[in-house]
Ligand binder design. Structure first.
Ligand SMILES: Nc1ncnc2c1ncn2[C@@H]1O[C@H](COP(=O)(O)OP(=O)(O)OP(=O)(O)O)[C@@H](O)[C@H]1O
Length: 310
């Protein structure tokens, strides 16, 4: 199967500053990729390169088998892009604006009315067709931004911070729309909201200081979150050296009297082994449970590890 987008060894320099460093990944149809990173990590630079608005200093971008740098018009015809600020002409009505966008995307004249109606339907804009964009709420303006990105039915949709500045109800609606779009397109969205990735995406990647430090499925991320620590209490103090000899245990810390946090290298069935060891040693098992990390914990620990490794 041809990937919808293949980013190969992308670099982007601004003078001497390397904003994107050797970024490679693939996205297939039906996948929604959440692109995370701290401020200044290189998300917007990467997204701008992926949609052909910014030339990479090195590397290759293949969209549905077409090299974006060799055949930009053809490659761009199968992608839709919503920049972080929706590119709206606010003095136009919704219909006028979407009609204009459909022409820019070079849709055949006869197909325009149908394409605009379909995009409005998907984005819940029918009721505001004749309204001036400047008079609509931010949520509606964001939907119009998404509608212009999908009006030509691109296979790949790239959305830069699509829910920023929206209220909780609008956020919910836009997330539902993104999920629906993801069922028959490929979607890449950047966001600062970590829970958004869990709610809307099938895959996640984290960029830090221009380098990709994680590319995972949401299922894999959930496994990591269920992850690598176990908290337990005992009646007697334990012999940490003895428990540390269990395979995969990386660290044991006493966090309160007879209360411990054990870290491990994602060792399966370790919880049972630890419980058995505590019982066999006669330390008196009180409680034992895996510690569920939040996506924020994973994000902070991944970016922190990356900082430490520099
Ligand atoms: N036009 C430019 N000229 C010089 N440096 C730039 C330019 N655009 C971005 N940078 C730098 O490149 C790095 C990556 O910026 P980028 O905007 O891609 O990050 P980001 O992850 O999108 O950040 P944010 O979440 O704050 O939008 C930053 O250090 C930024 O200062």
């Amino acid at each position: 199967m041809t990937a919808l987008i293949e980013a190969k060894n992308l670099y982007r320099y601004y003078d001497d500053h390397c904003a994107v460093h050797d970024v490679s990944f693939n996205l297939n149809k039906g996948e929604i990729l959440g692109f995370l990173g701290p401020n200044g990590a290189g998300k917007t630079t990467t997204m701008q390169m992926l949609c052909g608005n910014l030339a990479p200093s090195a590397g290759q971008i293949i969209i549905n088998g077409i090299d974006l740098l060799d055949k930009p018009k053809l490659a761009k015809s199968i992608l839709g892009y919503l920049p972080d600020t929706p590119p709206l002409y606010k003095e136009l009505s919704v219909d006028e604006y979407l009609d204009y966008c459909a022409r820019l995307h070079r849709l055949p004249f006869r197909a325009i009315a149908k394409a605009v109606a379909k995009a409005k339907g998907r984005c819940g804009l029918e009721a505001v067709s004749d309204r001036l964009i400047s008079n609509l709420s931010k949520g509606f303006q964001q939907r119009i931004g998404i509608a212009q990105a999908i009006v030509h039915e691109p296979e790949l949709i790239i959305l830069d911070e699509p829910t920023v500045g929206l209220d909780p109800i609008q956020i919910k609606e836009i997330r539902a729309l993104i999920k629906e779009l993801g069922s028959d397109h490929g979607v890449i969205l950047s966001t600062h909201i970590l829970s958004e990735v869990q709610e809307s995406c099938s895959h996640v990647q984290i960029i830090n200081r221009g380098k990709l430090i994680l590319h995972e499925t949401i299922a894999g991320l959930n496994r990591q979150m269920n992850g690598a620590s176990i908290k337990f209490t005992t009646r007697e103090p334990i012999d940490t050296a003895r428990l540390s000899s269990l395979e995969g245990v990386t660290n044991i810390t006493m966090i309160a009297k007879n209360q411990y946090l054990l870290q491990h290298a994602n060792e399966p069935q370790l919880l049972e082994k630890v419980a058995l060891q505590i019982i066999e040693a006669g330390w008196g098992l009180g409680e034992i449970a895996p510690v569920r990390q939040s996506i924020e914990d994973i994000f902070i620990s991944m970016t922190q590890k990356d900082e430490d490794a520099r």
